[in-house]
Design a protein around this ligand. Structure first.
Ligand SMILES: [Fe+2]
Length: 427
């Protein structure tokens, strides 16, 4: 493979460091004098980060218009509205401050404000074919990697579908990656976004398009996440862990910018579009299942991640690969990360729609083990299983409580209850 033709393109100027936010104004001023600041109106505003950024911009003589309507899973309608505001105020630089939603919205606005038409006209690969308004990304979470990717993901409000703009023109010009702005991120967001980053790194590593350049980014990202994710969730003020996660996120972004992602993101995109779930949580829940699905196809590749997680390497390749998957599950347990789709409110009856939409997600095509509609239904039974398993647990614990209250202490066979549940819900 190393002798094949490979392109590595990463045109983003990444400015990393604690308190780099102070330099944002000077960096933005290199690109324009009228900025549209694209952000949310809650966390960043509340903890003073938005004001710090505005002060830094104004100190560098950059005029600021604030568009702070951003919400999770930004829509085509939201982006078109933001582009209208950018045009109205003659903005010549777009600044995205926030998680993936704010950065992706900023990318979309930069496209539509410069090239006209509507956001959904640019969905797909290489539909953006000219320069956009220059965009600066300032991530406040460590996960999406949008600060180093040519991707921006949106939800279509009419067809309830999540899809991406993919174009080298939507790389940010500059990304300011400051671990200090991530300190106030709540544990649940740290976990969700951290597992998104891990999903990027490992899915890129498993991709049929993987190459040594992307693998180097993925491997180091996995190593840093292995060291830091649990620490960052447990202690948000651990600035070293925050720094490692921030670098890991950008590195994973660099990997997916080259080789994309695989089935985990394919399913997660379908689920997110239909159910508006947390992207990182969905990706994290699916990650060990997708790795298990791919285990027999690429055991050597998955096994190569054992040292990244500081796991003892044994002679048996398969065992090393299994240990990697077990370790990821252990990390999930350590921070009470949900392990099943039922926790996202997904029901068995939702599966048909999810699977139908998944088959239209391009990421599925890059999975090392083929997935088609029937294999998704049959071989990906773990998909169904992880929903049913959760329902069993809920059902079992409710029934156990009821039994206890009636002193039926003899009725404690959990497998019997599971069997009863499956009969009840699956016929
Ligand atoms: Fe992702």
């Amino acid at each position: 493979m190393v002798n094949e033709s490979i392109e590595y393109y990463m045109p983003v100027n990444v400015q990393f460091g604690t308190n780099k936010l102070k330099e944002a104004g000077a960096q933005v001023a290199r690109l324009g004098k009228k900025a549209l600041l694209v952000t949310g109106n809650r966390a960043m505003k509340k903890n003073g980060i938005t004001d710090k950024l505005i002060n830094s911009l104004q100190d560098s003589s950059v005029k600021v218009t604030v568009f702070d309507d951003i919400f999770p899973n930004p829509t085509d309608v939201l982006v078109d509205k933001g582009a209208g505001i950018a045009r109205k105020y003659g903005c010549d630089v777009i600044v995205g401050l926030g998680g993936g939603s704010a950065m992706d919205a900023a990318k979309g606005i930069a496209v539509v404000a410069a090239l006209g038409r509507s956001l959904w006209d640019y969905i797909g690969e290489n539909r953006v074919t000219g320069d956009t308004i220059p965009m600066v990304a300032i991530p406040t979470t460590a996960g999406t990697g949008s600060e180093t990717t040519p991707y921006a993901v949106f939800t279509n409000t009419e067809i309830h579908r999540k899809d991406a703009v993919v174009s080298q023109y939507v790389f940010p010009r500059i990304s300011i990656v400051d671990p200090a702005v991530m300190k106030t991120m709540p544990p649940s967001v740290t976990a969700d976004t951290g597992f998104d980053a891990l999903g990027h790194a490992i899915e890129a590593f498993m991709s049929i398009l993987a190459n040594p350049f992307a693998d180097a980014c993925s491997y180091e990202s996995v190593r840093l996440i292995g060291e830091a994710l649990v620490k960052a969730v447990r202690d948000g003020n651990d600035i070293e862990a925050r720094g490692k996660m921030a670098i890991a996120s950008s590195l994973a972004g660099m990997a997916i910018a080259q080789v994309g992602v695989v089935a985990g993101h394919g399913f997660a995109m379908a689920i997110g579009g239909l159910m508006n779930t947390s992207h990182g949580r969905t990706v994290g829940i699916l990650l060990p299942h997708v790795m298990t699905y791919n285990l027999n196809t690429i055991p050597d590749k998955i096994a190569r991640l054992a040292p990244a997680f500081d796991l003892a390497v044994v002679e048996d390749l398969q065992k090393n690969a299994e240990n990697v998957i077990s370790h990821i599950k252990e990390m999930m347990r350590d921070i009470d990360f949900p392990t099943n789709l039922g926790a996202l409110g997904i029901r068995r009856i939702d599966l048909k729609k999810i699977l139908d939409d998944s088959m239209n997600q391009e990421d599925i095509n890059f999975n090392p083990r083929m997935i088609d509609r029937s294999s998704a239904e049959n071989s990906c039974a773990s998909f169904t299983f992880i929903i049913i398993h959760n329902r069993c647990c809920v059902f079992r614990s409710r029934l156990m409580n009821r039994m206890k209250s009636h002193s039926f202490t003899w009725f404690t066979d959990p497998y019997l209850l599971t069997r009863l549940f499956i009969q009840r819900y699956t016929g």
